[in-house]
Ligand binder design. Sequence first.
Ligand SMILES: [Zn+2]
Ligand SMILES: [Zn+2]
Length: 414
Amino acid sequence: MVFCRACGQEYYCVELLPDGSVIPHELGEGSQEGNVAYLYPGKIKVDNESIPDNWLTDVKGEIKASFKEYVDLQHALYCPDCNKLYIEGDKAHPQCICAGKVSVTIIPYPFKFCPSEGCGVFYDKRTRKEFNKLFSFGTVGRSTATDVLVSNMLNTLPKEEQKVIAFSDNRQDTALQAAHMNNIQKRIHFRRGMYYALKKQLEPVDLMDMGELIFDAYKKNGSMPAYAKTKTFSMGRSGKEDASFRSYLQLNAILELGSPRQKTQPNLEDVGLLQVSYRLMDEIAENHKFWESYPDLMKLDNEGREDFLTGFLDIMRYNTAITYEYLIQPERFRENVASKLNEVVFFHNELLSNKPTGYSDIPVDLKPILFVLGGDPGSYSVVPSREWSAKGMQEVWESTPLQETEPLHRSKLS
Ligand SMILES: [Zn+2]
Ligand SMILES: [Zn+2]
């Protein structure tokens, strides 16, 4: 069984033999004996709306011949008892009389179009590997498999029995899985904190207030992790530790918005509990002065331009190209935040030591040239080019006061 990488719809990856029988097929391997195909469980018709434009002829808007088989899908009945597939309208293979046949739809190989409702993702020749369009069970990492098993077990157990003991025959693996489990628990705890902090708000919240809000949500719900390094502090905690933990939560709120999208680890935004928007986008989209020299953008109406810009900023955001001190200077994070906290509360596994990502409209060779999307109208062009070097970013950071970059890089949450 394989799954659409875009929507998660399941398909059976099979080979159809000349006599109508069906054998399982390993994703991405050449066919052995028959024709490779994907079986969609159930009967589905392609919704005309979701057919990609370049699959249609220019004049009449009809489906181009080469794409017809991906749109006019064949339906069939599969008999598990005989392991045979009976294609609708196929008179050559008379059907067996078994009860319990299942209805399926045949999706031709290579996978070009996902007919699943609300998906409609399509691929051209450039995506050659089937593996980049679909994924299969066996390719899931062990940690992910453990997550699925453990969370499902916990969910099905009665409340007072929600405990799991796991055995491993390998010490290293035990250490790895234990660390992973702890990490995911902390991450979920954090996401809950974020969710509850936002749920209480009537208005969208500024991203830069999230650290504080999550901290308060923990406090209110009595679920504050033990972040203080010194337990024996008799005079109460120093305000510094509180501040460090708030900064830690703040950084994670930012990372949360920029995390790579992974099907197996959906974040709040992926599951539709969080919506991210950018301040002042409507005003910027409306201001023609910025767009005059971009005829393609001038063709759009204000709303279209706002949509375009939002999509553009989303791409940057998903790559964590976000102006934030600790993303640009991770060593400051270690110095100001991490070193002041009890490390049992940490769960950020994004490597902060990685090169910070930035976008520029001018190809740069180590020299930072343009960084800001706000401020000077001359610098509004937004064409992604390449990653900045850490050194380059640092220089930009130091020469760019935070205020200037704030409006576009700060997101509103709702
Ligand atoms: Zn899909
Ligand atoms: Zn049968």
